[in-house]
Design a protein around this ligand. Structure first.
Ligand SMILES: [Zn+2]
Length: 66
């Protein structure tokens, strides 16, 4: 009987606190970030930028994945 439980934003239904359309942006907090297994977090393989992490040394894991 108390309508005070209403959220002020209807855009976010079951999304926690993610920015809209954010999934894979480098340096985005809240996204699953892991050390790149390809370059071991070095960001490069030999003298070439790691294609897996784009040279960042970390990879983003999609939320909701297993
Ligand atoms: Zn890498």
């Amino acid at each position: 009987m108390s309508p005070a439980m209403n959220k002020k934003s209807q855009t976010e239904t079951d999304t926690p606190k993610l920015n809209p359309g954010d999934q894979g942006d480098a340096g985005t907090p809240g996204v699953g970030e892991n050390v790149c297994p390809e370059c071991k977090g070095k960001g490069r393989i030999g003298v070439t930028s790691c294609p897996t992490c784009s040279g960042t040394g970390t990879i983003m894991e999609g939320i909701g994945g297993a």
